[in-house]
Design a protein around this ligand. Structure first.
Ligand code: CAO
Length: 472
């Protein structure tokens, strides 16, 4: 025989009139004691309400979006009547319960109140509340004083034998903790091994739903990144080989490191090398600088590169795109905001100069000076680093002849510029000295073919060799 019982919202502390964001059961579902029934969410936290009974869901009395307080009926449940256990069976059950005290929340079976409608028992198991504190690994026994030389004990295990959390694990934990998701979705993501911090929420106020986690996994599988096992870096006791010093990475180092690593691993990079004859450009640049010296404006090669890149982006619009998150479509931008890598004492940052197509060389030079000074002073706002279409990394002020810049996702290409140098160029039957600027263009091979990569740098080279072409 089955008896019906109304399951009510238990004592939920200070919360009342709280919104239901998930209903986790349907009529007909067989529910075990402490299975979650609904998830409610207040301004502060979301929590799951567990079932105080085992039974079958007969009728749901609430839906998503309803607001509930203690005592409101969630559903009616059919409880299967169980035969009263014999004394011997009761004894066995108590022994079993003793082995797992946490599970014995309702006392010996058969002692339930069998009235048709009864007050709910307060759940004796804790209500699951989110955000949960991520489980943290114990800190490594390393020296904490960053400036003190480390003389740690010799490593007792061979290098490579210890799996340690990566140096950026705490950032990942923080992102998971901050993700807007209910406990059941968190559990679901954990079970599937999805990093909640990477999942985009489509629910109200950006809440992550179960379907978002499923979609994320599907996309990861499609992108081929799932199952890509990366072996942990070996832990090495460097102090075995000499005196060492441990210094912490800056906040910028850590964040940039995460992004660079993701971009390097996820984007198939190809780097096209080329050079541009900037002999005439250099004459023009010098004359401009003489003209604007009194105003404190300094036009560098980078300013011309920004203008030249805009011309090339107009000619090759695929370089001014991003793949959408499903990697099904290309998003073409009709604006020209250029990000510039700036070397600061705290690490690499990339402020964005907007609407470069609408600005003069002198305006760009002046803005570049201001924004790089702001970057070096650590005063850039997050919005000043957002919205870039394409990036330029200039190491020309330092030196070198070529390098492989890493694409600044979601952009699909980045131009590296090295130091220009006088070189003998064979022209009109003789070698003549020309100022040659080395260019290194990295592009996302999913979006850009090799031929277009070479066409882009050839075009850019032509524009820089004859700056009048920027006007075309
Ligand atoms: N060839 C020859 N000389 C060059 C040059 C080039 N390609 N680029 C710059 N120079 C010269 C400049 O004319 C300037 O010379 P003077 O001092 O004689 O006037 C000097 O080098 C210093 O230039 P700069 O670096 O201050 O100015 P910039 O406009 O070229 O660059 C900025 C500005 C902020 C981008 C740069 O200072 C910077 O931070 N670069 C580092 C970027 C970086 O770290 N990239 C690596 C990222 S990993 O992909």
């Amino acid at each position: 025989m089955t008896t019906l019982k109304e399951i009510q919202v238990p004592d939920i502390g200070d919360f009342s009139d709280v919104e239901i964001i998930e209903v986790l059961v349907r009529p007909g579902d067989v529910v075990k004691k402490e299975d979650s029934l609904i998830t409610i969410e207040s301004d502060k936290a979301s929590m799951e309400i567990p079932s105080p009974e085992a039974g079958v869901v007969e009728e749901l009395r609430v839906g998503i979006g309803d607001r509930v307080s203690q005592g409101d009926v969630i559903l009616s449940m059919g409880l299967a009547e169980r035969p009263r256990p014999t004394q011997d069976a009761q004894r066995k059950e108590v022994v079993a319960a003793g082995l797992n005290a946490a599970a014995s929340s309702s006392g010996p079976s058969g002692q339930q109140n069998e009235s048709m409608v009864e007050a709910p028992e307060a759940p004796k198991s804790p209500i699951r509340i989110s955000p949960q504190q991520p489980k943290r690994e114990p800190p490594p026994p390393a020296t904490t004083n960053p400036s003190a030389p480390v003389r740690s004990k010799p490593a007792v295990l061979p290098a490579g034998s210890i799996a340690r959390p990566s140096p950026t694990a705490h950032l990942r934990d923080e992102r998971i903790k901050r993700a807007h998701a209910s406990p059941s979705v968190r559990r679901f993501a954990r079970e599937l091994g999805a990093e909640l911090g990477d999942v985009k929420g489509s629910g109200p106020k950006g809440r992550i739903l179960k379907t978002d986690v499923q979609e994320h996994i599907k996309r990861s599988l499609a992108a081929g990144s799932a199952g890509f096992r990366v072996v942990e870096m070996p832990e090495v006791d460097f102090s075995k080989y000499g005196e060492i010093e441990v210094r912490p990475l800056s906040r910028i180092n850590k964040q940039v490191g995460l992004n660079l690593h993701r971009n390097w691993v996820r984007i198939p990079h190809v780097t096209q090398y080329d050079e541009a004859d900037i002999t005439e450009l250099e004459d023009f640049r010098k004359s401009l600088n003489e003209e604007y010296a009194a105003k404190g404006i300094k036009v560098t090669v980078l300013t011309f590169l920004m203008k030249g890149v805009v011309s090339a982006l107009k000619k090759f619009p695929r370089f001014n795109t991003s793949l959408d998150s499903g990697q099904e479509n290309l998003i073409f931008r009709h604006y020209y905001h250029i990000a510039v890598a700036v070397d600061t004492p705290e690490g690499l940052v990339a402020p964005v100069i907007r609407e470069v197509d609408r600005k003069s060389l002198v305006e760009i030079a002046s803005e570049l000076t201001q924004i790089s000074a702001k970057a070096r002073a650590g005063r850039l706002s997050p919005t000043e680093m957002q919205g870039g279409c394409f990036s330029i990394s200039s190491l020309g002020g330092i030196g070198g002849s070529a390098f492989t810049p890493i694409i600044n996702a979601p952009q699909v290409a980045i131009l590296g510029a090295s130091r220009a140098a006088m070189k003998p160029v064979y022209q009109g039957g003789e070698f003549v000295p020309r100022l040659i600027l080395p260019l290194s263009l990295s592009y996302d091979h999913r979006v850009i073919d090799g031929a277009d990569g070479a066409r882009f740098t050839r075009f850019l080279s032509a524009v820089l060799s004859d700056t009048r072409r920027m006007l075309l």
